[in-house]
Ligand binder design. Sequence first.
Ligand code: XBP
Ligand code: MG
Length: 255
Amino acid sequence: MTNLTTLIFDVDGTLADTERDGHRVAFNAAFAAAGLDWDWSVPLYGELLTVTGGKERIRHYLDHYRRDFSRPAQFDAFVADLHAAKTKHYTEMLAAGGLPLRSGVRRLLTEARDQGLRLAIATTTTPINVSALLQYSLASDSESWFEVIAAGDIVPKKKPAPDIYQFVLQTMGVRPQECIALEDSGNGIRSALAAGVPTVVTVSDYCRDDNFSGAVLVVDQLGEPEQPFQLVAGDAGASRCVDVALLRRLIGGNA
Ligand code: XBP
Ligand code: MG
């Protein structure tokens, strides 16, 4: 019998649908401001999302889609500056009105806190992006809800490598089997499972064709009692939304 102690949340695609109308738009704004004619359309961005990390995504785009681009001498600094401009656009966008949280996110976080579960974040995105999303879309003090916010370049390898989840486990001193990860993507679930963390997937638009094998549950959203999830894979019993009791049952503990 394993008792659930800790929930580890991914950010992009899991807490909110940030990619298409958030990160993508911010990348394009940074490109335009730098005088570049690069334009990441909605379908192209879906292809680029197979690479996690914004700086890595820019490099991948140039390697595979813009071999014609003549790279400046200080190429690393060029990518870093472009990415910093993108981060500025993204955080300003959030401050100007935020992006809505996905269905059930606020409810599950509130319930988990009320029941004394420990909370953490494991994400590929830049730390200041996480702060902005939490502050403007969840609650002004919500960074303090999470014991560990593991984000961006603090580990050598981004998802799908297990590093970011291992960092959270080590920092909190918890065993993977007493945790559940909440993810939306194939890269995310591979990262969590490689660290041994049981994973629930709430599928996001861009990731609906990803491979989620190994998930303890796959649903289209966390859902609300009056707005239930659609089950994609796994056994949710009579549950209509992902709540703490369901998460406890999924890893074999007391509900
Ligand atoms: C998120 C990412 C990030 C964001 C952009 O993946 O891949 O790269 O798209 O953020 P996950 P940055 O949901 O698995 O964490 O530009 O700050 O890298
Ligand atoms: Mg994600």
